[in-house]
Design a protein around this ligand. Structure first.
Ligand SMILES: *Cc1c(COP(=O)(O)O)cnc(C)c1O
Length: 373
């Protein structure tokens, strides 16, 4: 590719994610569903939530699925349903969105961080065993960027030590590892429908998948004020319901999810090819699994210079994540434990997320790569 300047594709900036492009072909269907909900004014826990719970649980190869208010709620309620109590330790990764940590703190538990794999940036299952103490109660693997943690060694350690496993699949709707779906392997799987996720609503939403009937029943109770029947309350629950409007949108979008994930993989492959000679590290995907490329993240010591260059070229970029949780002010203020995680710390200094969404065009990808060199 030439070094001469290239003009913006279609004369428009390249966003990090393009929700307007996704909305256009869905518009009529979405408005029709909205109209019928507004006419019935059945806004919570109605037929859309019930249908979506079945459909998304099935999509994840799980027996049960519960719609909740957000991915954060999903993690919080899953920890409660798994019996994690104040003072218990939960092993997880520091290289994640803050909500993974917040959910642990909400139940009064103590996060214990293990370092990540230097190639995949996923929690390294081989480091779990050394982090286990008599207080350890659960493990939260995070399927970061849309690639699953290798669950076999993780489940093996969990079984040997009697630990619960809660998958944070908030970035991994539809991802697989060795033919198994994200959210279907641990005791519970947690999903977010925040607008930017692979499956996103137009407000807040989340989901818990499980094959355990007791966890299912408990989360159903907890998400709706501990209420098994109207006006009866069995325990202190939460206001953590998925609403009908979000469920209706998610049902429509779910029909496109596999194709959208496939398009993301094609775009990633195109980026990989074009970036081969650019001198940045492209994502490493374990061939035993399929990533859904929630994000396309490159690694380079020149991160700051490249970020400036792309921003000046009107390309949307972001950093996921610039600071590990173990170095965040909120963690340092609230917890006494200190962690040295050399891989996490160096990755935090060097990662850069490039535009990634199903509607991305080859022209846009070429422009991004052109601007990177
Ligand atoms: C988005 C996300 C969450 C939280 O989901 P919300 O719906 O925003 O509450 C949790 N964990 C990870 C890894 C996420 O990416």
């Amino acid at each position: 590719m030439s070094n001469s300047s290239m003009s913006l594709p279609g004369g428009k900036p390249v966003p990090l994610i393009d929700l307007k492009a996704q909305f256009q072909p869905l518009k009529d269907e979405v408005f029709k569903e909205f109209e019928s909900i507004f006419e019935s004014m059945y806004l919570f826990l109605g037929k859309n939530v019930q249908a979506f719970e079945k459909e998304f649980a099935q999509y994840c190869d799980c027996a049960h699925g519960i719609g909740v208010g957000s991915g954060t709620d999903a993690l919080h309620l899953a920890l409660l349903a798994c019996g994690v109590k104040p003072g218990d330790e939960v092993i997880t990764t520091s290289y994640t969105f803050i909500a993974t940590f917040e959910a642990i703190a909400y139940v009064g538990a103590i996060p214990v961080f293990v370092d990540i794999d230097p190639k995949t940036y996923l929690l390294d299952p081989s480091q779990i065993e050394a982090a286990i103490t008599p207080k350890t109660k659960a493990i939260i693997p995070v399927h970061i960027y849309g690639q699953m943690v290798d669950m076999d060694p993780l489940m093996d350690v969990a079984k040997r030590h009697g630990l619960k496993v809660i998958e944070d699949a908030c970035q991994a709707h539809g991802a697989t590892c060795k033919g198994r779906k994200a959210g279907s392997i641990g005791d519970a799987g947690c999903f977010s429908f925040y607008f930017s996720k692979n499956l996103g609503g137009y407000g807040e939403g989340g989901f818990v998948t499980t094959n355990d009937a007791e966890i299912n029943a408990r989360i159903r109770l907890l998400r709706d004020h501990g209420s098994p029947r109207k006006y009866e309350h069995a325990e202190i629950g939460f206001n953590a319901r998925l609403d009908e409007l979000q469920a209706a949108i998610l049902r429509i979008k779910l029909r496109h999810l596999s194709q959208w994930n496939q398009l993301r993989r094609q775009h990633a492959q195109r980026y990989d090819e074009l970036l081969a000679d650019v001198g940045v590290v492209t994502p490493f995907i374990d061939s035993r699994g399929e990533s859904v490329y929630h994000l396309y993240v490159i690694r380079t010591p020149e991160r700051e210079a490249l970020r400036t260059k792309l921003t000046e070229s009107q390309i949307g970029v972001a950093i996921h994540y610039p600071i590990g949780i173990h170095q965040q002010e909120v963690f340092l203020k609230r917890f006494e434990q200190r962690f040295s995680l050399p891989v996490t710390e160096s990755v935090c200094r060097e990662v850069l997320s490039l535009p990634m969404f199903p509607e991305l065009t080859n022209e846009q990808i070429e422009y991004v790569v052109h601007c990177l060199q």
